[in-house]
Design a protein around this ligand. Structure first.
Ligand SMILES: Cc1cc2nc3c(=O)[nH]c(=O)nc-3n(C[C@H](O)[C@H](O)[C@H](O)COP(=O)(O)O)c2cc1C
Length: 155
């Protein structure tokens, strides 16, 4: 299989864009841009996100008992690119707050606070399942990603 071509095929599926965040054992904030977010179960409320094992954030996300999913709003495209870049510390020039047990990014269209429910090995990624313990949302248009481009949802 040609990986580039396969990724182009997957890119035909439009998604929202999230930044998944957690604190490490020294209470330092970590986070990465992820569009693999999915709602899995409503009762109980469980969500999933797939995290590359090769990434710098992986040890923190995989080792933490709590994480947060920040569902980005249409005007947070720069933040999506920042949290997918290789800058040393993504939080240094970012407006963030401590949240309950994970870093929170103000201005997102929704925030989900999660307790880690399970971790499933899946090839070069790990499926992180989170039990949602609380959430917020705001009536702002979300950010959309498709075929390598960002779009603003109209509602
Ligand atoms: C729109 C978008 C969606 C992404 N989705 C994911 C994802 O679901 N899982 C993942 O592991 N990486 C995803 N990435 C890539 C990571 O954000 C990127 O590789 C990041 O640099 C990883 O950070 P780290 O090396 O500090 O862990 C995505 C990138 C973009 C721009």
């Amino acid at each position: 299989m040609n990986i580039r071509d396969y990724r182009n095929a997957l890119g035909s599926f439009p998604t929202g864009v999230t930044i998944v965040t957690a604190f490490d054992a020294d209470h330092q904030p970590w986070g990465l841009t992820a569009n693999s977010f999915t709602s899995v179960s409503l009762q109980p409320p469980v969500i999933s996100v797939c995290v590359a094992k090769s990434g710098r954030v992986f040890p923190t996300l995989s080792g933490s008992n709590h994480f947060a999913v920040n569902i980005l709003s249409a005007d947070q495209q720069a933040l999506a690119l920042h949290f997918a870049s290789d800058v040393e510390n993504r939080f240094t020039d970012t407006n963030w707050i401590k949240g309950n047990a994970a870093p929170i990014l103000p201005g997102a269209s929704a925030h989900l606070h999660c307790v880690t429910h399970d971790r499933v090995d899946a090839g070069d990624h790990e499926i992180l399942l989170g039990r949602v313990t609380s959430y917020t949302h705001a009536p702002v248009p979300p950010l959309v990603y498709c075929r390598g481009n960002f779009f603003a949802a109209s509602h």
